[in-house]
Design a protein around this ligand. Structure first.
Ligand code: ADP
Ligand code: ASP
Ligand code: MG
Length: 473
């Protein structure tokens, strides 16, 4: 008998059929005698609708949030109607749903009256998607004969106050999980927990960042001492590249934590970038599986580096970034410019995704999320005002028309010629590289290319380097 934490993503709970499928999967685990923890996302599209409601309310558009409230209610109501023949269950679920929809409309009305929304209010609104989906999944489990109850992660996951991307306070979270969740498992109950959300010590709701339910699953998996964490999604596993961009992407049967961590960090949407963190030190394996093709093995992620052939196992891309450049001949040999530049960036709370410095020290370039680029440029200009005035630094500027592409694979570490193969593929696709950085882990090589070139670059590297690598090794 094992303990297994299963996280189901938005599409996996996206309609009545999908929820019925989830219930089948969980029942199979429960019937096999496993203690099973279930973590769910919001129904697909709902988090986007919630956020759009709050922002349109802030801009004075009350009709839009009312329309979206109606849509959201309809989506859940349809699922409830299709899944539950019993009037009692339907009435209970509808009452719970209506209370949450009312809370949503009250929040949006407040935002509408004030014509502004704080990050705190946005988190509260965004949390409603998971709070709406979880009761339906839990009731469906009960209907399948599995004893189940819902549990809000706001009672379990304690975070700091960084709304929208809250940091988890691990010790307190572990205590909560041990005290409030583990006893349910001991009693043979399957808890269905809201993904994505947490709460501050004062009980104010926070969220862990978009796509954060994977991370919730990992946290619950770690502190329930699960034997495995299973991420159920809408594709067959972690693939060699984004299957929406490259249709012949293939499933990667095994990956290491390090590899998948780099893939997620550099844009593979299939896992949230923090997912591996709580699991690495406890050595808890992750399986990524398809809810709609459950008998397929999927991807197994462990601490083993080289179980799948292929030096370069995958290629990923990140959009909506900016390349910031600080350049000037007077920078040569002047100590402290980099340190001051990056402290100015840090003060804007901007995450630096990649750094590259020219060897002549005439420029520093680095990548930040696009929505921070104007703030970052201004902060650096202020910090280096004296050097700019003396023309030791010529200019600080942001280029928004770029993307990062990254090749990932633990085998790249000791293998000469990988970069040459990657650059060769880009040459053939006629793609110019604007900047390069090798990750600290040696597991990856990142390049900045013009956004217009990304698709061609990814396809060509996937064809010539990734798929070829699998065939030849
Ligand atoms: P969920 O709602 O289950 O969390 P997401 O939409 O967040 O699902 O992530 C799954 C999606 O990630 C897939 O449908 C796929 O389109 C996309 N994706 C991007 N890159 C990859 C990759 N390398 N491997 C698998 N899926 C990927
Ligand atoms: N529902 C949240 C989102 O859409 C979290 C998740 O799905 O992982 O971002
Ligand atoms: Mg996701």
């Amino acid at each position: 008998m094992a303990t297994i934490t299963m996280k189901f993503g938005g599409t996996s709970v996206g309609n009545a059929d999908a929820i019925a499928q989830v219930a089948d999967i969980v029942r199979t685990s429960f019937d096999a005698g496993h203690k099973t923890v279930v973590v769910c996302s919001a129904m697909s599209g709902v988090t986007n609708m919630l956020i759009e409601s709050a922002t349109s309310a802030a801009s004075g558009d009350a009709a839009r949030y009312r329309y979206l409230a109606h849509q959201i209610r309809d989506k859940h109501e349809t699922a409830i109607r299709c899944l539950f023949p019993s009037d009692v269950e339907r009435i209970n679920l509808r009452d719970e749903m209506d209370a949450l929809i009312e809370e949503f409309e009250t929040l949006c009305y407040g935002i509408y009256v004030l014509r502004e929304t704080s990050l705190k209010a946005l988190d509260k609104v965004a949390s409603l998607g998971e709070r709406l989906s979880v009761p339906i999944v839990s009731a469906m489990l009960r209907q399948h004969g599995v004893p189940s109850t819902t549990l809000s992660a706001s009672y379990l996951i304690v975070t700091d106050e960084q709304y929208q991307s809250a940091g988890v306070l691990f010790e307190e979270t572990e205590t909560n999980i041990q005290q409030k969740l583990v006893p349910l498992l001991e009693q043979g109950i399957v808890p269905v927990v809201t993904g994505f959300i947490g709460a501050t010590r004062d009980g104010v709701i926070t969220t862990l960042g978009r796509g954060g339910s994977d991370y919730s699953g990992a946290i619950l998996g770690a502190y329930t001492h699960s034997d495995e964490v299973w991420i159920w999604t809408d594709v067959d596993g972690v693939m060699t590249t984004d299957p929406r961009m490259v249709p012949d992407a293939r499933v990667i049967p095994t990956l290491s934590y390090g590899e998948v961590g780099e893939m997620a960090y550099f844009g593979a949407k299939v896992l949230h970038s923090k997912t591996v963190q709580p699991l690495v030190e406890r050595n808890i394996p992750i399986r990524v599986k398809n809810t709609f093709n459950p008998s397929f093995e999927g991807t197994l992620i462990t601490n083993q580096d080289r179980t799948t052939p292929g030096t370069v196992k995958a290629i990923t891309g990140i959009q909506d970034i900016s390349l910031i450049t600080v350049a000037g001949r007077g920078m040569i040999g002047v100590p402290g410019i980099a340190a001051r530049t990056f402290s100015a960036v840090a003060r804007q709370n901007a995450n630096v995704l990649m750094i590259s410095q020219s060897s002549s020290e005439q420029s520093i370039c680095f990548v930040v999320p696009q929505d921070k680029s104007a703030l970052v440029v201004k902060a650096i200009e202020d910090e280096l005002a004296y050097e700019l005035q003396r023309q030791n630094i010529d200019r600080v500027w942001a280029d928004d028309s770029v993307e990062i592409i990254t090749v990932v694979g633990a085998g790249m570490r000791n293998k000469p010629g990988v970069a040459a193969r990657v650059f060769g593929a880009l040459g053939e696709a006629n793609v110019n590289i604007l900047a390069i950085a090798q990750g600290a882990s040696d597991y990856c090589l990142s390049m900045i290319v013009d956004a217009n070139d990304t698709q061609a670059a990814v396809r060509q590297i996937h064809k010539l380097v990734v798929l070829n690598g699998y065939q030849n090794e």
